[in-house]
Design a protein around this ligand. Structure first.
Ligand SMILES: Nc1ncnc2c1ncn2[C@@H]1O[C@H](COP(=O)(O)OP(=O)(O)OP(=O)(O)O)[C@@H](O)[C@H]1O
Length: 456
């Protein structure tokens, strides 16, 4: 069950730690008083913090980095001067927000932010969310936090991107479940890749009886079914541009006509879309309309591939074991199985991991740890060439393929690594490195890459 809404609660006191070392005692006391009046209880070990800090100080970003922990950090700038670029630098260093503190009237704004963060953190840590979308890695927590915030505090359309099997549909379900609308209807899922073009109007808008040959009865479309609930358009990147244009009005204004009808109908729905395509590429080629993209992406959540959250693999496996044997503690994993699970590659991401976890737990007999014998034959490391596979390199290539790099670009990245290693072997001497690679002295070495270098 999704947790009850906390939106309607009266403004509750909220806790924060305060670091105001740079302030004179009298101003600190005044700030403390104003915060207390706004309902902020100052506690030295609170999760979220407030720091009074002039963003233009040369060490400001370092201070933020030192103070930012697992919670949020709000910077109060004690000067009248505009925060400017220094404020962005503090956000990059880990601050959640920067407010200009020109008087005590800032206290309610501080309290409001802390309250919102507290609600989001409580939701993030509630058993429902933790069980529904498992993962504690920083990259996963960060996207989950954004999702919870979007679900709970806005009605904005959400676009979820990520490779196949990263949990996009599950995330859509979570956003629907956490949506605090007092009367909320169901989540309607429409897979855009399966919509037949000739029937797309009917799928989305519904039709009246007799609207076309074969329309023997009236039928509600996806927008009508989702009225009062959520419409999840999966594989939205597959929608033809002409259809995107047709959907714009209903997404913008919530009004549409059934096929064969002249009556305007209304639908109030939250829109969530998902795709494993890079829609910026689609926009560049004209396959995906810019106006449609902007309409559907009030919030964009990019779900990381499993290889970017390797620390979540074992907790996910244990979660799938628990699902497979309700009421039992999952058996421990032997070291070798654990290593196999962590090092293996998962082109289908969490879906692949789930499949493997289930195949292992089904083979496991009786008590004791999960041992290598429980791993199905075809999942075991093979002798021969496969045994010498460079996992890290394979993962790197997989990542580059996933982001759409061409074989030539990937090869150039490997070449760059070869050059770098040769340079390293020759103490940084370019000429010796070139010679060791058999490159004539006058031939320029391939240009260095700045990002995404292969491992090694
Ligand atoms: N964080 C997670 N915790 C628990 N289960 C997860 C998590 N992420 C994904 N799963 C499970 O992995 C499987 C794939 O998830 P889901 O269908 O949501 O992925 P997807 O990104 O929508 O995939 P596709 O793009 O192929 O449609 C499902 O069985 C889902 O329950």
């Amino acid at each position: 069950m999704a947790p009850e809404t906390s939106r309607s609660r009266p403004a509750a006191p909220v806790e924060a730690r305060l670091d105001a070392a740079s302030l004179p005692a009298a101003r600190t006391a005044a700030l403390q008083e104003a915060l207390a009046a706004a309902g902020v209880r100052l506690r030295p070990h609170a999760r979220n913090g407030i720091v009074v800090l002039d963003p233009r100080r040369p060490d400001a970003a370092d201070r933020v980095r030192a103070l930012a922990g697992p919670g949020r950090l709000l910077v109060l700038s004690p000067t009248e001067a505009p925060v400017g670029d220094a404020g962005w630098a503090l956000l990059r260093a880990g601050a959640s927000d920067v407010l200009a503190w020109t008087g005590d009237e800032v206290a309610p704004a501080v309290a409001g932010r802390l309250r919102r963060w507290q609600v989001v953190d409580e939701l993030l840590d509630c058993p429902y969310v933790r069980e529904f979308l498992v993962g504690d890695s920083a990259v996963w927590r960060s996207v989950l936090r954004e999702a919870v915030e979007a679900a709970r505090f806005t009605t904005a359309p959400v676009l979820i991107t990520g490779e196949s099997g990263t949990g996009k549909e599950r995330m859509a379900q979570l956003i629907h479940d956490l949506d605090p609308r007092a009367v909320k209807k169901k989540l309607v899922i429409l897979d855009c890749s399966t919509v037949v073009p000739s029937l797309s109007g009917s799928e989305f808008f519904g039709h009246d009886k007799g609207a076309f040959t074969g329309a023997s009865v009236a039928r509600a479309g996806a927008f009508e079914l989702a009225d009062g609930g959520t419409l999840f358009l999966d594989e939205v990147g597959e929608l033809p541009a002409t259809l995107q244009a047709e959907l714009l009005r209903v997404i913008q204004e919530g009004t549409y006509k059934r096929v064969g009808s002249n009556i305007w109908r209304k639908s109030a729905f939250r829109l969530i879309c998902a795709t494993n395509r890079d829609l910026t590429v689609g926009q560049a080629t004209g396959a995906f309309r810019g106006d449609f993209f902007h309409r559907i992406s009030g919030y964009t959540l990019h779900l990381p591939a499993l290889r970017e959250r390797v620390g979540d693999i074992i907790p996910l496996v244990e979660h799938f074991f628990r699902q497979a044997m309700p009421g039992h503690e999952p058996p421990p994993l032997s070291g070798a199985v654990r290593e196999l699970l962590v090092r293996r590659s998962y082109p289908g991401n969490v879906r692949d991991l789930r499949g493997l976890a289930l195949r292992i737990i089904h083979r496991h007999l009786g008590d004791g740890e999960i041992s290598i014998g429980d791993v199905p034959d075809r999942e075991r490391p093979q002798a021969g060439p496969a045994a010498t596979t460079d996992w890290e390199l394979e993962e790197w290539v997989r990542g580059r393929l996933a982001r759409g790099d061409t074989p030539e670009e990937i090869t150039a990245g490997v070449q760059e690594k070869v050059v770098r290693l040769a340079m390293l072997n020759q103490g940084g001497n370019l000429r010796l490195a070139a010679r060791s690679l058999g490159v004539p002295g006058s031939t320029p070495l391939p240009a260095g890459e700045t990002a995404g270098a292969p491992p090694g």
